[in-house]
Ligand binder design. Structure first.
Ligand code: PHE
Ligand code: ZN
Length: 897
């Protein structure tokens, strides 16, 4: 669509397809310039609907022949559809021939080339860029695929399912035939033809079946595949143990590709991954990278059941597979982390992401329900709301029915729906039906508002303790804010996990609700399903501090109206590690907000009691290093901005947060020295949670010490950081030291960056880090302000930079636009001008990538002047471009509405 009148697809307009495609036999003669596709389908009219023409979707392909039962027929192409009239009633064979041009496919959707090989990406609507098809997830077919290609250039030929035939052909070509016995929607189709090497491993599953696991990569990367393979083996075992679900294929393949729009794709039996989420070695990947590889490998593997065996009826149901699968990969990561404290660390990281990205999405022009009602470009709805908030909705169900109840619900879901394309309602119904009498089953309809209503619920709590009667009454009130198209909200069903912590000594108080027998527990879940409700606890022996929303039991913004003194009690004593962290964040947030709201009068951002609390926390021998690192990290500028709500001055927020960071660096200097020196894991590198936590804290300490030193002109710690950068035995330590120098703008950052680049010239993923570190670096406050922005712009001229590779493009542009508010939001509007130019430039190459970058100005309305007007102008400039993709058009149009 080129005009502002782009077509909207609506959820309520769903109707079943007029035809089914039962099987597909595809033959590819692969050539980068012109690939020939022969597509033979067994088609059957849907007898439930009146007779009508068959309309197949197609995009950017050349149709050369149409045969019905072997006879050529007349056809017409209407817009993006092939329309066939006068088809036989019942079942028939439809054969199409078409060509496509993989080397010209810079969108990376459909069949494209990367690094000299062929790869596909079909979710959500890429299959139509390969051949005409009923490209919708409720049409499921059995696929047989024959690949023909030059044997030398493309020695590896892969598709879904099992390899059934291989042969040498004339003219130096070879071919392979694959058959996937499981009916699947077209978005799960995949092929790979490339020059790759492979690591493989045979495993025997619990049920006694043998499987072959394979990880395919480019020749130089084999030494970086061990972690992905181990993660895959762990995923198979975990899913069997936790959910009783086994691998249903003899062969399961992962292929790494360096040009990819997203993280990875769960094509049946042939997962295709962004190299970023496969390759990891101690020398090239950080602990974070290792953790991401593990969770993404798990995520895609878990899709085999939640997504592939049971798929989505239509794309509005995307969260059916994504929310559920994110929930599962989160649980997997937690179980792999082991100890309870490590689980809490995992949870904190997940919640940070949710707040940073999803809460701001929910507060802006792209706010949409977990199950959206309409879209222009479905690619725009692979969002934090569908994924992360969707996972929270599943987590709340898990909380309401319990761990065993949830497992029973999952069992019910597969008993009912295996092999089907279903809806979010079907999932919720299965969980509820397996748990009659649960807190979920009794209020399922109200609970499902989580799928239907956009926006983050605001939860307020206030408590009253009556020492005489030893009663504590907690009043909870919820409120919904208007979102686009949804001015009014019905109450949500909000599970509130709670404990009461004694104000005097921090012990956990037993919980007994009025009217209930004493149960003795110190932890329970209240359910708020009304606009407000009061809960009275009896037998409360001393004044409590309420610890609410433990483990972040619902995705809401909580105002618990606690005093600093109460928050300090929670920070020091809460039995719930998540809430201990949260209390610290609240204390920090309060101070940052107060400072951001007042004019800069030189008052320190942090006060003595807060700094003292941070000191005790850092020195507390009972806490994990990973937890300390999280607790000592201040809320991000984006999150602080969100909590300000309106009139955000990104420069002021940045200055305030930087001042607070420097204060912590200076005030806790001796503690940072201690933390740095005492958190150096001994022995060889291992990415386990415990060692990673130690490295994380040591890196934070080093960053603080270098920051403090560059402020005071001291050269000892920058020197030490440089030494560590040079000598480091792993990427986490090396990159930590480099980041410390770069973010503090130490003089040694310059030679360190040069050396790093020279050292890792051939490692694309490491060079991505090199770019991202510079474009995401903390913008200096004061006289050198603007340095980072200028550098980021200059990086685009670097010989290694390219807009065509999404990882590389993101390494500068996403780092700047989405993760570096102070470098991007400038009073002179230069950041916005640069943004508008880059969005348009990228849009012509890769609309999906462009529309992600376009979202950087979603929250322009919340900005203070002069930012707001300048941002609006920049968005309007993009929107005025006539030849914009539908993806980017949808984002900028919504932003201006
Ligand atoms: N379905 C993929 C996942 O979350 C994400 C994806 C979407 C990848 C669209 C490519 C294109 O696992
Ligand atoms: Zn997914």
């Amino acid at each position: 669509m080129r005009e502002g009148t782009a077509s909207l697809v609506r959820r309520e307009d769903y109707s079943a397809p007029a035809y089914w495609i039962r099987s597909v036999d595809l033959t590819f003669d692969l050539d980068p310039q012109k690939t020939l596709v022969i597509n033979r389908m067994e088609v059957e009219r849907n007898p439930d609907l009146p007779m009508q023409p068959l309309r197949l979707d197609g995009e950017d392909i050349n149709l050369t022949r149409v045969l019905v039962n072997g006879e050529s027929i007349s056809f017409r192409v209407e817009g993006a559809q092939l329309v066939l009239d006068g088809l036989p009633d019942g079942r028939f064979t439809l054969e199409l021939r078409n060509t496509c041009a993989p080397a010209k496919n810079t969108q990376l959707s459909g069949l494209y080339t990367s690094g000299g090989g062929f790869f596909t990406q079909c979710e959500a609507q890429g299959f139509r860029r390969i051949t005409y098809f009923l490209d919708r997830p409720d049409v499921m077919a059995v696929y047989t695929v024959t690949l023909k290609a030059d044997a030398k250039a493309y020695p590896v030929l892969l598709s879904n399912g099992n390899l059934v035939e291989q042969a040498e052909l004339d003219g130096g070509k070879h071919c392979a035939k694959w058959h996937d016995p499981f009916p699947k929607p077209s978005y799960l189709f995949a092929l790979v033809a490339a020059d790759l090497v492979m690591r493989e491993q045979k495993i025997r599953s619990r049920s006694g079946k043998d499987h072959l696991l394979q990880v395919y990569v480019r020749a130089g990367d084999l030494d970086k595949t061990e972690h992905a393979m181990n993660s895959l083996i762990a995923s198979v075992a975990w899913e069997e143990a936790r959910f009783g679900l086994s691998l249903d294929l003899e062969r399961f393949m992962i292929v790494a590709v360096s040009d990819f729009n997203m993280g990875a794709m769960e094509n049946k039996g042939l997962n295709i991954f962004n190299t970023k989420f496969v390759l990891a070695s101690a020398a090239t990947a950080t602990d974070f990278d290792f953790a991401h590889v593990e969770s993404v490998v798990g995520h895609e593997y878990f899709h085999n059941w939640t997504g592939n065996r049971v798929t989505c009826r239509d794309w509005f149901q995307l969260s059916l597979k994504e929310g559920l699968t994110v929930f599962r990969d989160q649980e997997f990561s937690m179980d792999m982390a082991g100890a309870a404290s490590a689980r809490a660390v995992q949870r904190i990281q997940d919640v940070r992401l949710l707040r940073q990205v999803q809460f701001s999405e929910d507060a802006g022009p792209m706010a949409h329900p977990v199950r959206p009602d309409q879209y222009q470009a479905i690619d725009n709805f692979y969002t934090a709301t569908v994924y992360e908030k969707g996972a929270e909705v599943v987590r709340m169900m898990h909380t309401l029915v319990g761990r065993d109840g949830f497992a029973a619900g999952m069992k019910r879901y597969f008993e009912r729906h295996d092999g089907q394309a279903v809806t979010c309602d079907d999932f919720a119904q299965a969980i509820a039906d397996a748990n009659p009498g649960s807190a979920l089953a009794g209020r399922l309809d109200a609970f499902k508002r989580w799928y239907a209503q956009a926006g983050t619920p605001q939860l307020a709590a206030s408590g009253r303790y009556d020492a005489e009667s030893r009663r504590y009454t907690l009043e909870l009130t919820q409120r919904g804010l208007p979102t686009p198209g949804q001015p009014d909200k019905q109450p949500w069903v909000i599970p509130v996990a709670i404990g009461l912590v004694a104000a005097d000594d921090g012990r956990a108080l037993p919980l007994q609700l009025e009217g209930e027998p004493a149960a003795g527990g110190t932890d329970r879940v209240l359910v708020l399903d009304q606009p407000s409700a009061a809960f009275t606890f009896v037998g409360v022996e001393s004044e409590p501090v309420p610890s609410l929303l433990r483990g972040f039991s619902s995705p809401v913004v909580l105002d618990a109206a606690l005093t600093d003194a109460q928050l300090l009690v929670l920070l020091a004593h809460d039995q719930d590690a998540f809430n201990r962290w949260e209390a610290g964040q609240q204390l920090a947030l309060r101070r940052l907000l107060a400072a951001a709201r007042r004019p800069d009068d030189g008052t320190p951002v942090l006060d003595e009691p807060f700094v003292a609390a941070m000191h005790s926390l850092l020195r507390d021998p009972s806490l994990d290093a990973a937890f300390k690192e999280l607790a000592l990290t201040l809320p991000t500028e984006t999150y602080v901005g969100e909590r300000l709500g309106a009139e955000i001055d990104p420069q002021r927020v940045h200055a305030v947060r930087e001042a607070a960071r420097l204060q912590l660096a200076q005030a806790l200097r001796d503690d940072w020295v201690w933390a740095y020196e005492h958190h150096q894991p001994a022995g060889g590198y291992s990415p386990d949670a415990h060692s990673a936590g130690q490295r994380a804290l040591a890196n934070l300490a080093l960053a603080m010490l270098v920051l403090d030193a560059t402020g005071s002109g001291d050269t000892v710690w920058p020197g030490r950081a440089y030494q560590r950068f040079k000598d480091a035995g792993n990427m986490t330590d090396r990159f930590g030291a480099l980041s410390a120098l770069v973010n503090a703008h130490a003089e040694l950052a310059v030679p360190a960056l040069e050396r790093f680049h020279a050292l890792f010239k051939g490692e694309a993923l490491v060079i991505d880090k090199w770019f991202a570190l510079q474009a995401g670096a903390s913008e200096p406050v004061g006289e050198h302000a603007g340095r980072v922005f200028t550098r980021a712009k200059a990086l685009l001229q670097h010989a290694d930079f390219s807009l065509r590779n999404p990882n590389r493009a993101r390494s500068v542009l996403a780092a700047l636009f989405l993760n570096n508010p102070a470098a991007f939001h400038r009073r002179d509007a230069a950041g916005y001008v640069f943004w508008a130019e880059r969005v348009c430039e990228v849009d012509a190459i890769n609309p999906q990538l462009a529309s992600r970058l376009a979202r950087a100005l979603d929250r322009w309305r919340a900005l203070a002047e002069p930012y707001r007007s300048a941002a609006r102008e920049a968005i309007a400039r993009v929107a005025a471009k006539p030849e914009l993709s539908e993806d980017t058009r949808e984002i900028v149009t919504r932003a201006l509405q």
